[in-house]
Design a protein around this ligand. Sequence first.
Ligand code: BMA
Length: 340
Amino acid sequence: MSKVNIIGQALPNMPWENRPEGVTTPVWRHSANPIIDRNPVKGIARIFNSAVVPYEDGYMGVFRAETINGRPHLHLGKSKDGLKWEIEEEAIVFTDDNGQPYRPNYAYDPRVVKVEETYYIIWCIDFYGAALGFAKTEDFKTFTRLENPFLPFNRNGVLFPKKKDGKFLMLSRPSDSGHTPFGDIFLSESPDLVYWGKHRHVMSKGGQGWWQSVKIGGGPAPIETSEGWLMFYHGVTGTCNGFVYSMGAVILDKEEPSKVKYRSSTFVLTPETWYEERGFVNNVIFPCATLQDADTGRIAIYYGAADSYVGVAYTDVNEIVEYIKNTHEDIADDHEIGLI
Ligand code: BMA
């Protein structure tokens, strides 16, 4: 097995547990999941589908908090170890271009990505239907709202942590405003975070297996490795009782990230525990963030479980890359339509 390196910072104090005896899956669960239970903070019934990043000597998180009136907002949280979180009771208030305070009337599924010295938050907002909201912060004290990147309907906005040729890159999943029974992942670029274009198709739902047959959507920010951009995402299948959300993994080309190098034909984690199978929405694993240590190759994946809890799962960069290569499936629709 050739060695795969994570290109990035060392994070020796990140959450980690070795693969438990007898577990053979490429990704394994934290033993004390869920790390955030129901009713974690006054006025908040459930926290799930949330994003964390290393910050100063600990971690910062932007959490999808379903308040007790059922509406989701974004709440800030802090942690020393990435597992025990102190979450604020009040939702994040953004400031718009004119310095006016701004709070979205709903906000869900945040991703937080550091590019150079700035942290960007991308989430799902009401823009006359589901669309992507966008903001930045440098200190997690003031949050400046940026232009919405795309027209409705769109979800699952994920920024790359590095610019390419001076341009920002963002993945997204065009959708409808409801429960979207379709969807592929696309890539767009921007010189200034205002104007987005040069749209490329990245990857399709489907393939031989059924676990990602209905739709797919980006999850945590892609991780730069010596093999390309390693990305976890969600894949959805339809059953007589509704959708089932599993986690998949793909490696995108380093130079042309709209190109799939390898993608796993099987899921890497699927709902199997009580907190993934049973909740506000049953059978959901929805990854939104990772932490990784470049020195050891350890990766911790944060995911929403059953739209009710936050779970953590682990993998190792060598093992997951080898797994993706060994289970690779070339899906014809991943190639640009019409190219001869
Ligand atoms: C998707 C999003 C996610 C949610 C999932 C399962 O459409 O709304 O926030 O976790 O459905 O309910």
